[in-house]
Design a binder for this molecule. Structure first.
Ligand SMILES: CC(C)(COP(=O)(O)OP(=O)(O)OC[C@H]1O[C@@H](n2cnc3c(N)ncnc32)[C@H](O)[C@@H]1OP(=O)(O)O)[C@@H](O)C(=O)NCCC(=O)NCCS
Length: 171
């Protein structure tokens, strides 16, 4: 684990580097900072990650441009799970009424399972599990679990249809 200020400075310097060089540098840096990052993971430009040591990205997972991830307890993306651009994933709330500092946070892990896809500008809140091969429509706010293979949209997100199940073993 490295000092917060040094972490933030290096993360800032690497954030906007494009292409495969940027992806490789960010993967190495976030691994060094304690994140568990599998093979062929893609963290696009301008992603902001708070507390990378609580983040796990399985093989082929992808995080889109400009997404914010705040992992105070645990956030896990499964194999080839994809987060679209400008999403927000939080495993924490402030206690209400808000108190100063981090002492007043309530946390619950977030899991986005294998092959799930979260559309652009969606918000995933604490304690949510998004099932394997599920789809979250653009601009959704997900507050409750999404079953495997479901398509959800809206605020709060609701099931509108089912995806065809994957033929592969998605465990
Ligand atoms: C969720 C999504 C995949 C569904 O696509 P689809 O299966 O073609 O669904 P349809 O267009 O047939 O829409 C089905 C219904 O859901 C509604 N709907 C679809 N997407 C919605 C969304 N994001 N928010 C709210 N409602 C939505 C439609 O209005 C329609 O409602 P109706 O039955 O009352 O007419 C798609 O709409 C979407 O949001 N894609 C995300 C795109 C994206 O983020 N791209 C970035 C790439 S990473």
């Amino acid at each position: 684990m490295i000092q917060t200020e040094i972490y933030q400075l290096i993360a800032f310097l690497l954030r906007n580097i494009g292409g495969s060089l940027g992806i490789a540098l960010r993967n190495s840096f976030y691994r060094f900072a304690g994140a568990k990052i599998g093979k062929n993971v893609i963290i696009r430009e301008n992603v902001i990650i708070y507390r990378p040591y609580n983040l796990e990205l399985k093989d082929g997972a992808e995080i889109g441009f400009g997404t914010v991830i705040s992992a105070v307890e645990k956030i896990r993306l499964g194999k080839e799970a994809a987060i679209g651009p400008y999403c927000a994933i939080y495993d924490n709330n402030h206690k209400m009424p808000k108190v100063s500092g981090d002492g007043g946070l309530i946390t619950k892990p977030v899991e986005i399972k294998d092959f799930a896809w979260v559309g652009t500008h969606s918000i995933i809140l604490k304690g949510v599990t998004i099932g394997s091969n599920a789809t979250v429509g653009a601009g959704s706010v997900v507050m409750t679990d999404v079953p495997d293979n479901s398509v959800v949209v809206g605020n709060p997100a609701r099931i509108i249809k089912q995806n065809a199940p994957k033929k592969e073993d998605v465990k």
